[in-house]
Design a protein around this ligand. Sequence first.
Ligand SMILES: C[S@@+](CC[C@H](N)C(=O)[O-])C[C@H]1O[C@@H](n2cnc3c(N)ncnc32)[C@H](O)[C@@H]1O
Length: 202
Amino acid sequence: MKMQTLNAVQMAQRLLLSKVQQATCLVDATMGKGGDTLFLARNSSPAATIYSFDIQAAAIKQTQELLIRHGLEQKVKLISASHATVGEHVGLGTLEVAMFNLGYLPGGDHLLITRPQTTLAALHICLQRLQVGGLVSVVAYPGHTGGNEETQAVEAFLEKLPQSIFTACCWNVINHTKYPPRLYIIEKTRGEFFEGDTARKD
Ligand SMILES: C[S@@+](CC[C@H](N)C(=O)[O-])C[C@H]1O[C@@H](n2cnc3c(N)ncnc32)[C@H](O)[C@@H]1O
């Protein structure tokens, strides 16, 4: 039997699956073609709401069509705005799962990419709003123009998260050429208020 190698997106979904199954408040911060939104909608409970963000009309349209094909459109709020506005939709301590898949819309304009400033702003808000035991995944792509800078910014931000509140891990393919994507998983382990002071406190 041929061994199936998981890519970073599949690995993120596998690591988040059991949390998604129990969750009722979930975010797809980068909707794109809707792959992660469909994963969240399919695997969460019927009572769950998924808040999915994208700045491109083409992404909203493709995701909406995908959800309709699967009869899951009722569970998902498709939000045509930057993920930096996530705080307008998700209350403090309510978020259970958030997924980020950075970069550009596959098949779309490669210049319309996620940017470090908004990515970090959205990540920060998601981490503030996360429940204890909640998980955030980030798939980052160092290989495209601007992608390495963004990956470095995400990693630098995550490295400084206070360890008394979060555990941040990195899954990284180390023997592939051409800058394979990197996966970060962050778990909130304690319920202390996280103001956003990223200086290490412990
Ligand atoms: C790699 S794609 C996401 C792929 C998607 N998860 C899927 O399964 O198809 C990245 C997406 O992020 C979107 N994006 C870029 N900047 C954004 C922002 N500030 N807020 C929300 N989405 C953004 C892009 O338009 C693009 O569709």
